[in-house]
Design a protein around this ligand. Sequence first.
Ligand code: PEP
Ligand code: MN
Length: 449
Amino acid sequence: MSQTWTPDSWRSKPIRQVPTYTDADKVKQVEETLSSYPPLVFAGEARRLKAELGQVAMGNGFLLQGGDCAESFEQFNPNNIRDTFRVLLQMAVVLTFGASCPIVKVGRMAGQFAKPRSSDMETQGDVTLPSYRGDAVNGIEFTEEARIPNPDRLIQMYNQSASTLNLIRALAQGGYANLNKVHKWNLSFVSGTPEGDRYKDLSQRISDALSFMDACGINGETTPSLRETEFYTSHEALLLNYEQAMTRVDSTRDAEEWYDTSAHMVWIGERTRLLDEAHIEYMRGIANPIGCKVGPTMTPDDLISLIDKVNPENEAGKLTLITRMGDGKIEEGLGPLLERVKAEGRHVVWACDPMHGNTVSAEGGYKTRHFDRILGEVKGFFAAHKAAGTHAGGVHFEMTGLDVTECVGGTYEVKEGDLGDRYHTQCDPRLNANQALEMSFLLSDALKA
Ligand code: PEP
Ligand code: MN
């Protein structure tokens, strides 16, 4: 590493998108408290995810990453966590069959509480207040009091992340993830869809494969890998004082390796990925697998400089580039980046975030995304990889297991006029359970093509 990295070396760099707290002593106290708390994940788990992503980078696997745009303190509820977890499993089964390769499952869960914002201030009518920056920072209500950043929220973020992760671990290992059960849920999605026939063929083939395996004595009772699953957590590493407090040395290794134990994987957002600034400085020193968002303004030269900085040793699985270009811009925007990274022999996972380049305002003021535009970007992503001869390595969705009406379209169609019915997101519009699952059926076709 060029200059010495320490868990707090980011503090001497310019930083953006972090709150201005009024009580510095209080912030320090909270940071000390968090530093004394147990890690949420273990270094060995983060290493295992990195190894699995290393396989994806080499073309042997596919990353499925998804969850809320922003988790919420108020909507914290075991059923919400279970339902999002379940839809991710359902999607993974469909994708496993479509891609005939391992699907690495990573939730935007158990830590996704801080949001970068395009504007520091928000105006409603003739009132202007500081923007909402996620429940880890301030309250979503449009009042002066709620919008004051409160460092105690970092403790609540930790506690809610711990409880969420505990439930996820139980669901993943305790029998809930049984493949036969997951497939049965998929059958009920298919039989209920207005266009079920389009998806019946694929689900019938999965049913046949499971029956065949069962006849051979391979089922959830006999085979642990059919009743348990690996599931990892991730969030945007935006609040670096929180991440620093969770950064610990791995005591099982001889060499000094630092892990951010707040999640298995953390990513840098589109607005904070500046080379000489704090977020890149923090991320370059941790041994976790990391992600970086890549928007339409990224140039091939800048991308190589970024890779040099965060993955100088060209470790496969270390870096996932999450592209978010927008439908219609992706093939042109992505092609040159793919060519250059390939030409330089850099090992990265390429994942597609088809959400953040496709946000529009609907009538009534709702922020929404169109199912067809989201699908369009995913298709463009596959086409760009095909043209460049690189591996389309994964997808990254904002989604929920709940039946919300935030994105429009899909076979169980949500119309613009429906948006007000169940628009519950804290920030950006998410695919609902049916839309997310349908996306995986459509993706499955693209993976086979
Ligand atoms: C997000 O993932 O919620 C986000 C803000 O993305 P981006 O940094 O790509 O805009
Ligand atoms: Mn978002």
